[in-house]
Design a binder for this molecule. Structure first.
Ligand SMILES: NCc1[nH]cc(CCC(=O)O)c1CC(=O)O
Length: 314
């Protein structure tokens, strides 16, 4: 554990997955810390950690155990002291962290929207009937089937580069990618149509980077407080409370987005049946200081509207 600001001799070790997007997020975190504390890049060390989820390419993730697959090895490295912070896409993070770890530092949020990506330049509205859409996201599958039941959805895994390659190879006619990931990878070359959130409500925490730490590490606590983005924190408090109240397992398609309007917060939420045959939405406003309560309240409301069967029958 660091007992003072990091130096090239005793660097701050940043744990991350090895995908190009994960690395870009780790570099952004390093750059913000270096800037905030006037430290050289040599005072930081990026540690790439292999996670189970990245080694399983052939099976739908939900079938083999859900979200922890992308975080367990990284959180173990934090707990055993081999790294000092871990950088994550908040969209992939469970709502609760293991004892001894805290996840309360967020970088300023990127574009929250999904992009519809097709080499033919189609929009969601003009894809011809019968075309094949690749996605491994339960949410995106349900949302597109709700609007275009005439399309076929196939499983589409892998990182951003892999999925673009599959499009090239004709495995699917179109796919969805988060604008945030494409922007962070500087992939301005990808043919896409950004979908407004009214067309497709994004995943909870989409576009946000979170930095996890040991709860008892005071040096890191002080450093992360300086780069934390407060508005992103308020928005994620609402969205993650909403997700937590809905169970947060990977088996229900859930979308949620909070925005700050002055001292108010607006939260939109949606739960769908996996086949898109039914969608239940809500839109609430309240005081920004009550963000988490608003998220929890919307979850209770949608649970009541849906009825318990909604979440298990599929
Ligand atoms: N589930 C994979 C994942 N996790 C975070 C992002 C993109 C970046 C973000 O939303 O912060 C992606 C890829 C995608 O959905 O296109």
């Amino acid at each position: 554990m660091l007992n003072a600001l990091p130096t090239p001799a005793q660097p701050l070790r940043i744990g991350t997955r090895g995908s190009p997007l994960a690395l870009a997020q780790a570099y952004e975190t390093r750059d913000r810390l270096a800037q905030a504390f006037a430290l050289p890049h040599e005072a930081f060390q990026i540690e790439v950690i292999k996670v189970t989820g990245d080694m399983v390419q052939d099976k739908a993730l939900r079938e083999i155990g859900g979200k922890g697959l992308f975080t367990r090895e990284i959180e173990d490295a934090l707990l055993d002291g081999s790294i000092d912070i871990a950088v994550h896409s908040m969209k992939d993070m469970p709502v609760e962290q293991p004892a001894g770890l805290l996840l309360d530092c967020y970088l300023p949020r990127e574009d929250v929207r999904d992009a519809f990506v097709s080499l033919h330049g189609w929009t969601l509205a003009d894809v011809p009937a019968g075309k094949v859409i690749g996605t491994s996201s339960l949410r995106r599958r349900a949302q597109i089937l709700a609007r275009r039941p005439d399309l076929t959805v196939v499983e589409f895994r892998g990182n951003v580069q892999t999925r673009l390659k599959k499009l090239d190879e004709g495995v699917a006619d179109a796919t969805f990618l988060a604008m945030a990931g494409l922007n962070r990878l500087q992939r301005g070359d990808v043919p896409l149509k950004a979908l407004e959130v009214e067309q497709m409500l994004p995943a909870v925490a989409q576009g946000a980077i979170g930095i996890e730490r040991r709860a008892d590490d005071r040096i890191i606590e002080g450093m992360l407080a300086v780069i934390h983005d407060g508005p992103t924190g308020v928005r994620l408090a609402a969205e993650r409370a909403f997700l937590a109240g809905l169970d947060g397992s990977c088996h229900t398609p859930i979308a949620g987005l909070a925005e700050i309007i002055g001292d108010q917060i607006r939260l939109r939420g949606e739960v769908l049946r996996p086949d898109g045959s039914e969608a239940i939405c809500d839109d609430m406003r309240g005081a920004a200081v009550d963000a988490a309560q608003i998220g929890a309240e919307m979850a209770r409301k949608l649970r009541g509207l849906a009825g318990e069967g909604f979440f298990t029958l599929g």
